[in-house]
Design a protein around this ligand. Structure first.
Ligand code: NAD
Length: 364
């Protein structure tokens, strides 16, 4: 995943504490099992608000340093996502090193479940890139500290459709702020990454009358989604195309100095975690250029809201209602950023951090 190298080029291969992505994480757990071939890393960033909940990603990282960097950045993002969404959860995430299309087995996922169980609930897992509800079913055989398990097993199923709904709400709020109307009819939207979340987002967008362009590394996926929703395939470089709204729904760090200069869109609103390669530098450049950025950890929280509900007693209606509210929270963040003359990312981060600081003060 070469794009991540942009963020942390100084890191020594394998270093954790020395990584610039290491930001006061509470715990990092390395899991290794020769028999199943499992190599995983669980990152627990912060548990002030509650147990660290975050999905597991399976990805064929170029090297271990990329995997470490990814888990550190992703787990930190979860802390702020839970906080700004008003959930009593901390931030955590896991990565499994390997190709999910080739290396994943039920035995490997069960072994991973044993490792999750060994943390006694400090970390609760769910799906992320490369992981399905079936995989969570395998994890569930070994631990109760898992969400996003199939509905037949009493779970809430795949969180992705709820995530996509929240992203759609955040995008509508951004369109309202930038273009004066939240009607996406006729707007050209580029959805990059049409996996679990991206596909449902395409569905919402085409239903809303948007002109949707799709991009993915897998041609079979693009053909399938294009046929289903009448979206246009863009198989070349995303940043060569002209569109109004950019929806990154693949991996992180796609918003960086190399891409911002070439971006035709004036709104960024997507599902991917850690879209800004460098949250301060790239957030500031977007602000300077008048590109409205809907903070990723705010608008992609629908899935987390949904799996959070599974921990107590699952209530889909309530999860959808809370997810719909992302529209209003996003507008509040845009206003705060404008009034305080700060980036939208910083505005969201300030609110998320304030809740954690306040809770910690009450605990002491
Ligand atoms: P997924 O694995 O189902 O889909 C990801 C898609 O992106 C795949 O189709 C893959 O082929 C494509 N992709 C990978 N690299 C690409 C590239 N360079 N260019 C174009 N396409 C590329 O994953 P998902 O669950 O849909 O998650 C998508 C993003 O949203 C991830 O960043 C994830 O962390 C984030 N997210 C997901 C959820 C959720 O509920 N699933 C919640 C919050 C955030």
């Amino acid at each position: 995943m070469s794009d991540l190298k942009l963020t942390d080029s100084a890191v020594v291969d394998g270093a954790v504490f020395a990584s610039t992505s290491f930001k006061d994480h509470e715990q990092v757990v390395f899991c290794n099992d020769a028999e199943t071939g499992l190599k995983a890393i669980i990152g627990i960033h912060n548990t002030v608000l509650g147990p660290a909940l975050g999905g597991t990603r399976m990805w064929n990282y170029d090297n271990e340093a990329d995997a470490i960097r990814d888990v550190l950045r992703l787990s930190r993002g979860m802390t702020f996502k839970a906080s700004i969404s008003g959930l009593n959860l901390g931030g955590g995430k896991a990565v499994i090193i390997g190709d999910s299309r080739k290396d994943k087995t039920d035995a490997l996922m069960q072994k991973f479940g044993e490792y999750v169980n060994s943390l006694s609930g400090r970390y609760i897992t769910a799906e992320d890139v490369g992981i399905t509800t079936h995989d969570m079913e395998m994890v569930k055989l070994k631990t109760d500290h898992v969400t996003g398990v199939p509905v037949e097993m009493g779970g809430s199923g795949d969180p992705s459709p709820v995530t996509a709904y929240g992203v759609f709400m955040g995008m509508k709020a951004a369109a309202h702020y930038k273009f004066g109307s939240d009607n996406l009819g006729g707007k050209k939207v580029m959805v990059q990454g049409i996996g679990h979340v991206g596909e449902t987002l395409v569905k919402h967008l085409t239903e809303a009358g948007a002109e949707v362009m799709i991009n993915d590394i897998h041609m079979d996926r693009m053909e399938e989604v294009a046929a289903k929703y009448q979206a246009t395939i863009h198989s070349g470089d995303v940043f060569d195309a002209e569109f109004d709204i950019y929806a990154p729904c693949a991996l992180g760090a796609t918003v960086n100095p190399h891409t911002i200069d070439r971006l035709s869109a004036t709104v960024i609103a997507g599902a991917a975690n850690n879209q800004l390669a460098d949250e301060w530098r790239d957030g500031a450049t977007l602000k300077e250029k008048g590109i409205l950025y809907a903070p990723d950890f705010l608008i992609n929280a629908g899935g987390l809201i949904n799996v959070y509900s599974e921990i107590a007693k699952y209530d889909r209606e309530e999860s959808l209602r809370r997810t719909e509210n992302i529209y209003h929270t996003t507008l509040e963040i845009f206003r705060k950023a404008e009034v305080e003359n700060i980036t939208t990312h910083e505005a969201a981060l300030k609110i998320a951090e304030a809740r954690i600081i306040q809770t910690k003060a009450q605990q002491n």
